[in-house]
Design a protein around this ligand. Structure first.
Ligand SMILES: [Zn+2]
Length: 332
């Protein structure tokens, strides 16, 4: 009995140690999954996923269903974090707000506007339940303009179905790695970004203690070429004080042979552009991946067939490796 078991155990141990938990997760990230997520979210059936409208509700149901299938639990009792945003009536051209003081002010006016939205939030509990690494992307976009001639739907494949696909693939990669992270991880899908970062702002306004958030990684538009002669170009914004963020990406590109040519942009206070603002303004260190502007930006022509799939997959892998560090490295 002993003589058979021992070599067998040795064999199994050797076999599994060839690939680390981190690499097992990394190898689950693939092009086909990115295509499935983006082609669904950017299809005409979702009507441009406008915040507060039916299309964004369907998008949030899809994300919830994917998290359930992957085996990611909700952050709280529900995957949905419901919220309301208010504004003055539309002739006054005031932006929607989720801030309680603004809401109280707008509600006093006879004519005021209200939208109902919801973030989708998944969670992996770490060894430390009191410290968080958060990764997120907004899923809402610009909806439909019935007055447009021909294509009326703002499909938003790059902006930001691309980012949503990355968060979903990274969530799955963490589950498949089979390793419990040191810090807890929140996988966030924001609503209302296009109306003024509403989902991420609401989340932070209601997060009990923002000093427990060790870092935030954001995606907004990670699927296109800004210049066709530079297909590997990606802008990598990060909080300047966290020098390690720059080093991590440099090292991982080399180690894992990722076909990316990042434009490293350390930023003293990365407020602006996208949902990273809601974190950076509260002193949470951030990383933000973005493949830059293009002629289809905020146009009905932002379609899935224009995505650079190979770059999208490489960015997803790079960000997975970032998040692995964010969740597991003691200090940075
Ligand atoms: Zn966007």
């Amino acid at each position: 009995m002993k003589t058979i078991l021992l070599p067998l155990i040795l064999l199994i141990t050797l076999g599994t140690s060839a690939q680390s938990a981190k690499e097992i997760g990394l190898n689950t990230i693939n092009r086909k999954s990115a295509e499935v997520h983006i082609e669904f979210l950017a299809s005409d059936a979702l009507e441009g996923r406008e915040a507060g409208k039916n299309g964004s509700k369907i998008a949030s149901e899809y994300i919830k269903a994917m998290l359930q299938e992957i085996g990611i639990k909700p952050l709280n009792n529900s995957y949905f974090q419901e919220f309301e945003a208010y504004s003055k009536e539309r002739q006054k051209r005031v932006r929607f707000s989720v801030h309680p003081d603004s809401i109280a002010k707008y509600k006093k006016e006879a004519a005021h506007r209200k939208l109902e939205m919801r973030n989708v939030l998944g969670y992996i509990e770490g060894e430390n339940k009191d410290e968080f690494a958060i990764i997120g992307a907004h899923f809402d976009h610009l909806g439909i303009d019935e007055a447009l001639v021909n294509d009326k739907i703002y499909n938003g494949a790059d902006d930001n179905a691309s980012g949503v696909s990355a968060v979903l693939q990274i969530a799955k990669a963490f589950v498949k790695s089979g390793k419990k992270p040191k810090r807890s991880i929140i996988f966030a899908f924001w609503d209302g970004e296009e109306l003024g970062l509403l989902g991420s702002e609401f989340f932070m306004l209601n997060f009990p203690n923002s000093s427990q958030i060790k870092s935030y990684l954001n995606f907004d538009m990670i699927g296109r070429n800004n210049d066709e002669s530079k297909p590997n170009h990606v802008v990598y914004f990060y909080t300047e004080a966290n020098k390690a963020f720059g080093e991590w990406l440099k090292n991982d590109i080399k180690k894992y042979n990722l076909d990316l040519a990042p434009d490293y942009r350390p930023w003293d206070k990365p407020i602006g552009g996208s949902d990273n603002s809601s974190f950076a303004k509260r002193e949470v260190p951030i990383i933000w991946y973005h493949t830059d502007g293009h002629p289809d930006y905020h146009q009905p022509s932002d379609h899935a067939d224009k995505i650079n799939w190979s770059k999208l997959v490489n960015i997803t892998k790079a960000a997975y490796l970032n998040l692995w560090n964010m969740a597991n490295i003691d200090d940075y």
